[in-house]
Every structure is written in structure tokens, then in C-alpha cells.
Ligand binder design. Structure first.
Ligand code: 3HC
Length: 699
């Protein structure tokens, strides 16, 4: 006889003879919010008090088992019962408890499984401890129980990488006891019956001894000290895993304290802002609604960008027609795409068979006429308005009605491009970032006449390509490059005034950027900025202090950076070294301009650079180029290597506060009142005591 008890709105118990099922139903991802925690604790306690069930099986409804603690509760006052206490109640249950995990059992979800007495995985399951990606560490027994099941090195690997481990690997490591192909409910009933029949063994994880591995702990601690000294939670993970040698209560106490301490850090706040921000950018009304079908894409241009875009589409399973004007260019494009896909195979992103299938979906063609049957064209040719206008004029006649015409321009006026067609409603900007098959940002640029379903299709495409689509309005450089153009001048001013390019790079790498601006310039090619400076020379503000003197002189020598073997740095064997010729150029320019160099501390370098970034980012929000501060933040996290743990420039701005920022800008303006101006929005925020977070909430 089946008997159902609703413990609370998220947890129910179903008993069938000796078997009790505890069912979690908390969509969308069964996170362990307060109601779930309370319900689980009450259900286990009730079943133990009653004493009638002989085995308990926990499973979850919906698309996944528990995906972790409820992140929306973080940063708010904790509400009992605490997750580790609930899991202790489960582990201590007199009646054996088994768990059946499907989908993604992550963080607190995986830890729930670890606290049960046996674990069943459903085919396709992935388990993980992604807390580190949120600036945290497993805080509900993960660092204590996983070492008992799978050893210290594997625990360190999972907890420090946050990677999702496939069920097969989890089975091999002894993390799960069985892997089955069934629904969670069927698997729960079957496994429970097997426990009753003595076919499935159960045991308390805390009763298993941890195999000591001091070397793994010491080596990892040393590696983290060398490579991740600026991060908080990785070091705490090692400490907590080391404590797994202690009895359960003591080990859990150390883990809990480390978890609570991590929760207080700005890194945790920054990373959680990044987690929700990544989702918020596509949560806007423009991203929803009707979309057009994209079954085939045409990519114009077989250069690095076009090939990267084509690769990205092929990786997502979308057939691509790659178009070039001449055979050699087309051959180069196909070769680049093949190399990109081979790279994906060697990185384990796809199998060799999948690569071959993807390549079969590529149709290299000459001339635009072949684009008559595609649903979307992405133009990725030179950044020259004339060339683009010519192409869009031709696409207007070639493409079928309703086809979407996109330009991958990084700064040109999408409205001017659209005006070359008699279908501006079908035209938008799709700005990819290089390498386009790797970088996750996609700026979706809305022209004045772009139709709503074209924008929504842009967002749908971003999702299909596993990219983060961010809506931007038309302006020179859109969100990212416009802000970049402003703050990169600060890097040049710092060098003119006394810092060395290497000091600027080191200071910003210390702040968390993967590479300083001069190394990035060398990597991208210094000729790109040189071309832009020349293009803008005629329209340059005569009152603006010119920032390009040093870079221009470097380029005049043909030292375009990494591809030329030298730029700000010299590239050869081993790590790049500062270019002594550049130091001479800097000295000459300073002498020419009568600048007496002064010393800058790393702190001042970071302050000036970040303040300049925040200033232009504020203006971008102020004039509506970006919809909200969070959109700017995500552009920088996913397109510009901004340190994720700092959440993005405007999240970071909130950690300083509008008032202090205004004070800083006012101080800098004493030297250069043209460059350093307080944006009215920032002034208003300082006056009213508000934050960018308030603006995100629509306050
Ligand atoms: N808490 C609260 N909300 C969550 C959540 C969580 N742990 N995980 C996901 N969500 C929300 C998302 O914000 C999203 O909300 P929205 O629809 O309003 O935007 C919704 O659930 C669906 O999420 P996704 O869009 O990400 O859905 P996907 O199917 O693409 O991915 C997922 C599902 C793989 C589970 C992914 O959401 C994910 O990685 N979640 C985070 C998992 C995680 O980090 N867990 C650890 C939490 S910390 C912890 O457990 C501490 C413990 O040790 C004590």
C-alpha cells in the first residue's frame, strides 16, 4: 500500500511497505533553501521516530537532483537548520538512507549524496563541488566525506577545480556505488529493495577512515601560494581537506568556520554577482519573445575572426557556408577552422568523429551569390565602412526575405550599414571577441530599426553557441571597446608620466587581470590601435592630451607585438622580457614633451586605471548604450579578462563607493580637467548615497 505524507511544500514522504521515499521538489534546480533543509530534517526524524520503514531512498523531481545550496540566501542572515546539521541527521539515521542522483548533483547537492549510506547515479549524472567558483568551499561536509570515499588527491582536484565529474568517473572513484539507466523513482525503488534483499551494502561515510596524504596537501598548498595567493577560498579548501583526518565533529567544525569566513569576503560577493549576472543579461524582455529559425549560417570572411565565428557555429551543430572573394583566402579560412576544431579535439571538447561531422557541415564558397538560402549572414571583413556598405548592399539583393544580416563590426555605425539595405529591420550587430570560438562574449547590437524578433534571435543564437549575449546600442565601440578606448589612455598616461609598461602590467596583474594592457596590446597586435588612432586623428579633441606618442613610435619601427617578435616586450624562448628600445622611446618622448617622470606606486596605478574604466562605464549606462550596470560587468568578465572575483568594473565600483570615486576624479582633474570629468550619474549617486547594485534592481 502506498502512503503519501507532505512534510512541507517542497518535501514529501511516500511509503511502500518497508520502503520510504523522500522526494524533493523545489524547481528549477532543487536548491537546498530553508524549506528543503527543514523538510529533509523533519522527514528523516519522523521516519526514525516511527521506526516502520526499513530503508529510506531520497530522490528529486524535475530536471536535476539538488544543484546545491540556495545561492539567493547567501549574504543574508542564516536561517536554521544549517545544511551540515541536516546532513549529520541523515548520516546518523538508524534506518539506512540511500540517494539517487540525476542531472547535476552539485555543491550541497553532492554533499547530500555523500551524507547518505549509498549512492546511485542515473546515466548522464555529473557531480561537482563548484563552490570555489563562487568564492566558497564545500560547507556541508564535502571536504570531510569525499576524502573518505575517494581519497585526498581526488577531493582536492574536485574542490579546487569546481569541475563536473561524469558519472563513469565518479563510479570508478567509488563516489557512487552504482550507475543505472532508469528514472530516479524507478532507481530509488529498485535500490531500496536491493538494500532490503542484502544486494546493496550501506555504510556511514564518517565510519570510513581517510587515507593520509600529507604530500598531496603540502604540494597543493605550495602551488596555491605561488599561483593563487590573491584568492581566499582555495587555501581554505586545503585546510579543510587536511582536517578530514580528524573525527567528524572536529573536521566539520573547521570546514564550517572556513565556509563562514569565505562567505564574508568581497571575492564571494563578486563571484556570486558574476553567477547571477551571467544569467541576468539574457533575462531582459528584448531577449525573449518570438525568434526566427536559424538552420544555416553564412559567414563572410575567412580571416581569424570569420573562421572563429564559423568554428563556433559548427561546434554548436549549425551548418555554415563560408564565403571569401578569392580561393587562397578561402583555403586559409578552411585551414584555420580545421585547426580550431582539431584544437577542440585535443582539449577534450569534442571527439575526432564529431570534428569530422562538423567539418562536413562546412561549405566553403566563393562570392556572395551563394548566400541566397541562409537564414543568417555574419559579415566579418575589414573594419572599413565602405567595404561593409558594399557587402550589405549586395546582401540586400542576394539574401532571401527575412534573412538576418549581421555585421561583426567592433565599433562602426550599424545604422549606417543597415541604411544600405531596404530591410534595416533585419540588420543588427553581432560582435564576437577573438578567438571567437573560445571567447564567450557576444555583444548584440541593436540598430535604430532592428526588429524585436531579430534581437531575440541574436540572444537565442548566443545561447546555442554557449555564449553570453549582452544587448548594446549603437555607438563607437559599443559597450566594451568604447570603455576600453577611454581607460587604455590612462595606461599610456601612466607610462608617459613615469611608470614603465612592465610596472603597469605587473600592477594590474596583481589586481587580478590575466595580462596587463601592454601584454594584451602585444598579443592583439599594436598595429590595430595604430590604425584606430590614425582613423580618429581628424576628429580628435584638440584639448585632449594625446596618449599615443609612445605606441606610434613603436609601430613606426614595425614592432607590432608578439607576431613581429617584439613590441613592448621581446618574444623569444621563455618568458617575454621588457623591450629596452621601448624604454629609450619613452625617455625620448618624455624629453620631447618636457615631462619629468615621477614614481607611481602599484596601488596608484590600479586606482587610476580602474577609475578611468569606471568613469566611461558609468557614461555607457548613463546614455543607455548598456541597459544596466550588470551588462557592462558581464561584457568585461566574458570579453576583456576582467578578474571574475571582482565581479566587473561597476560591481567593483560599489566596493569603493560613488562618493570616494567622485573625490578621486576631482583630485585627478587638477592635472587634466579634460580627461578626468565626473559623470553626472556618478555625482548623483554620490549625492544620494546610491549604488550600481541599486540601478541593477531598477531602483
Ligand atoms: N541556488 C539558487 N538558484 C540557482 C542555483 C542555486 N544553487 N542554481 C541555479 N539557480 C537558478 C539560476 O539562477 C536560474 O535562475 P533564473 O532562471 O531565474 O535565471 C535557474 O536556477 C536555472 O539555472 P540555469 O539557467 O543555470 O540552468 P542550467 O540548466 O543551464 O544549469 C545548473 C543548471 C548546472 C545546476 C547551474 O544552474 C549551476 O551550475 N548552478 C549552480 C550550482 C552551484 O554552484 N552549486 C553550489 C552552490 S554553493 C553550495 O552548495 C554550498 C554548500 O557547499 C554548502
Amino acid at each position: 500500500m502506498t502512503d503519501v505524507t507532505q512534510v512541507n511544500e517542497k518535501i514529501s514522504i511516500e511509503t511502500q511497505g518497508d520502503i520510504a521515499l523522500i522526494i524533493i521538489d523545489n524547481p528549477p534546480v532543487n536548491a537546498t533553501g530553508q524549506v528543503v533543509r527543514q523538510g529533509l530534517q523533519d522527514a528523516i526524524t519522523k521516519l526514525n521516530d516511527e521506526g516502520t520503514a526499513k530503508v529510506i531512498a531520497i530522490y528529486a523531481e524535475g530536471r536535476t537532483f539538488v544543484a546545491g545550496a540556495d545561492i539567493t540566501e547567501f549574504g543574508k542572515p542564516p536561517q536554521p537548520p544549517a545544511l551540515p546539521d541536516v546532513y549529520n541527521v541523515i548520516e546518523d539515521s538508524e534506518i539506512p538512507v540511500i540517494s539517487v542522483m540525476h542531472g547535476t548533483a552539485l555543491g550541497g547537492g553532492f554533499e547530500l549524496g555523500l551524507a547518505t549510506h549509498a549512492r546511485i547515479g542515473i546515466k548522464g549524472l555529473r557531480v561537482g563541488l563548484p563552490e570555489i567558483l563562487l568564492g566558497l568551499l564545500p560547507g556541508a561536509g564535502g571536504t570531510q566525506r569525499l576524502p573518505r570515499l575517494a581519497g585526498i588527491p581526488f577531493t582536492l582536484d574536485m574542490a579546487l577545480s569546481g569541475r563536473q565529474v561524469k558519472a563513469e568517473e565518479a563510479l570508478e572513484k567509488g563516489v557512487i556505488d552504482r550507475l543505472v539507466d532508469a528514472t530516479p523513482r524507478e532507481a530509488a525503488l529498485q535500490a531500496a529493495q536491493d538494500v532490503l534483499d542484502g544486494k546493496l551494502a550501506t555504510r556511514r561515510t564518517c565510519d570510513v577512515d581517510v587515507e593520509a596524504d600529507d604530500k598531496a596537501l603540502e604540494d597543493t598548498a605550495a602551488m596555491l601560494k605561488a599561483k593563487q595567493a590573491h584568492l581566499y577560498s582555495p587555501h581554505k579548501i586545503v585546510e579543510a581537506v587536511a582536517a578530514s583526518a580528524l573525527p567528524r565533529t572536529e573536521g566539520l567544525k573547521i570546514e564550517r568556520q572556513a565556509f563562514v569566513d569565505s562567505m564574508q569576503t568581497p571575492q564571494r560577493a563578486g563571484l556570486i554577482h558574476a553567477f547571477f549576472g551571467e544569467r541576468a543579461v539574457s533575462g531582459i524582455p528584448e531577449a525573449k519573445g518570438d525568434t526566427r529559425e536559424i538552420a544555416k549560417i553564412g559567414v563572410i570572411g575567412g580571416g581569424t575572426m570569420g573562421s572563429g565565428i564559423a568554428t563556433s557555429c559548427l561546434l554548436a551543430g549549425i551548418p555554415v557556408r563560408l564565403v571569401e572573394v578569392a580561393q587562397d583566402g578561402l583555403d586559409r579560412g578552411v585551414a584555420t577552422i580545421t585547426k580550431n576544431l582539431e584544437g577542440a579535439v585535443s582539449r577534450g571538447k569534442m571527439s575526432a568523429d564529431q570534428k569530422d561531422t562538423a567539418l562536413k557541415m562546412l561549405e566553403p564558397s566563393l562570392g556572395l551569390d551563394v548566400l541566397s538560402d541562409v537564414d543568417l549572414v555574419i559579415e566579418a571583413v575589414f573594419e572599413q565602412m565602405d567595404v561593409k556598405k558594399d557587402i550589405f548592399g549586395k546582401l540586400n539583393t542576394v539574401c532571401k526575405p527575412g534573412a538576418i544580416l549581421a555585421s561583426n563590426t567592433s565599433y562602426l555605425d550599424v545604422n549606417e550599414i543597415a541604411a544600405c539595405t531596404d530591410r534595416p529591420q533585419d540588420v543588427l550587430g553581432l560582435h564576437f571577441f577573438s578567438p571567437a570560438h573560445v571567447m564567450r562574449l557576444l555583444e548584440i547590437v541593436q540598430g535604430a530599426k532592428t526588429a524585436p524578433d531579430v534581437i531575440a534571435t541574436g540572444f537565442a543564437l548566443a545561447k546555442k553557441l554557449k555564449k553570453v549575449g549582452v544587448l548594446a546600442q549603437v555607438c563607437d565601440g559599443f559597450i566594451g571597446n568604447r570603455i576600453l578606448a577611454h581607460y587604455s589612455k590612462t595606461a599610456s598616461y601612466l607610462v608617459l608620466d613615469g611608470a614603465s609598461p612592465q610596472q603597469v602590467d605587473d600592477a594590474l596583474e596583481g589586481f587580478g587581470f590575466a595580462m596587463g594592457p601592454h601584454k594584451v596590446g602585444d598579443l592583439a597586435g599594436l598595429d590595430i590601435g595604430w590604425m584606430t588612432r590614425k582613423r580618429k586623428a581628424a576628429t580628435r579633441d584638440p584639448n585632449e592630451r594625446y596618449a599615443g606618442d609612445v605606441a606610434d613610435k613603436i609601430c613606426e619601427n614595425g614592432w607590432f607585438g608578439r607576431k613581429a617578435g617584439q613590441g613592448y616586450y621581446i618574444y623569444g624562448q621563455g618568458a617575454p622580457v621588457p623591450n629596452p628600445e621601448v624604454a629609450k622611446i619613452i625617455d625620448d618622448v618624455r624629453a620631447e614633451k618636457g615631462i619629468t617622470p615621477r614614481a607611481f606606486s602599484d596601488e596608484e596605478i590600479v586606482e587610476r586605471y580602474m577609475t578611468a574604466m569606471i568613469v566611461e562605464a558609468t557614461r555607457v549606462v548613463e546614455d543607455g548604450t548598456a541597459k544596466r550596470p550588470v551588462d557592462v560587468d558581464m561584457v568585461f568578465l566574458f570579453g576583456y579578462g576582467f578578474p571574475r572575483f571582482r565581479g566587473g568594473p561597476l560591481h567593483y565600483a560599489d566596493t569603493i563607493g560613488a562618493k570616494d570615486l567622485v573625490a578621486r576624479i576631482t583630485e585627478y582633474a587638477k592635472e587634466d580637467a579634460n580627461y578626468w570629468q565626473v559623470p553626472p550619474l556618478l555625482q548623483k549617486m554620490a549625492d544620494e548615497g546610491t549604488t550600481f547594485a541599486d540601478l541593477n534592481k531598477g531602483a
